[in-house]
Each structure stands twice: as C-alpha cells, then as structure tokens.
Design a protein. Structure first.
Length: 166
C-alpha cells in the first residue's frame, strides 16, 4: 500500500474515534418540542427548542436547559443572542438594571427584572418590578432579600469588629 493510502486510513480511523457522533432526536415536553442532540434522554448539545407559541431557541443545551451560546426569537421576531446559563439570559438595560429571560422546556418563556444593590451590596442583584411611573423598584421579594443580605453583612461586620481587649 502506498503511504498516502495508509495516511488516509489512519486519518479516517482517528476522525471516527475523536468526533462526537451525536444522533438527532426529538423530545416532546409540556409546552415545547426539542430537536437535536440527546444524552441520557435529555436535551444536551446543539439543538432547537420550539414552543407552542412558535417562539424558538436555537443553540446549546445542558440537561434540558439552554446553556451556552444560543439565540431566542420571540413572537415579534426580536432575537436575543448571548451566553445562556441554566436556562437564563441576562440582558443589561443600564448600569443598575437588567432583564432576565428564562426559558423552560415545560413552562416556556418568562421575564423578570433585577436591580443592582447599593453600598456594600453593589455586587448583588435583587428582584425588581416596574412601578406606575415606569421606573424599576425592588419587588416584595427583592426588598426581603435586600434586607436579609444587609442584616447578614451587618452581622458579619459586627462580629469581625469585636477584637480582643487589653
């Protein structure tokens, strides 16, 4: 055999071993249909999720959730492209507010908002809602979580500030 034929057989053999031969399958959920790569009976890898309202998500999945690069297109044909984590895409509205688009194979799409904390809680985000004037304010849950975090922070600061006596 010539060296070219041996090289081609070698290349073919290793490409079969090291490539992921994923099989496209269809999985039906409560409000959606998934078509794409499946692992252990769950949407995993590249695929398309079509909801009952004809909105779609095309991209990567992990354990039945959009995870990684993907694009969600809503009913108005508006596309949301980005890196999804555990079924959620965070869309920055401004420095203090972001919209969370959550996709679930069972429930479809839901939206909610979050506001950045203030002071020492600036790295935390809390649930928000739009008030009658069109401004974003903390929701009841957001207020509760903010106060809880604030108390936790004050508790940590007071316990670390009580040093020894002379």
């Amino acid at each position: 055999m010539s060296s070219n034929k041996i090289f081609l057989l070698f290349l073919l053999f290793f490409s079969l071993i090291f490539t992921n031969l994923a099989i496209s399958e269809t999985i039906k959920f409560g409000s959606s249909v998934y078509e794409g790569e499946v692992k252990k009976g769950k949407a995993n890898g590249k695929g398309t999720l079509t909801f009952s309202d004809d909105t779609t998500y095309v991209g990567n999945f992990k354990k039945n959730k959009p995870h990684g690069k993907g694009v969600y297109t809503d009913q108005r044909e508006v596309s949301y492209d980005g890196k999804w984590r555990n079924g959620k895409l965070r869309v920055k509205l401004n420095k203090k507010t972001r919209r969370i688009i959550k996709l679930s194979v069972e429930e479809g799409q839901t939206n909610f908002f979050e506001i950045r904390g203030t002071g020492q809680l600036i790295t935390k985000w809390f649930d928000a809602e739009m008030n009658a004037e069109g401004n974003f304010v903390l929701s009841k849950k957001g207020k509760r979580d903010f106060e809880s975090e604030k108390k936790q922070l004050e508790s940590n600061n007071s316990s670390s500030g009580s040093g020894g006596s002379s």
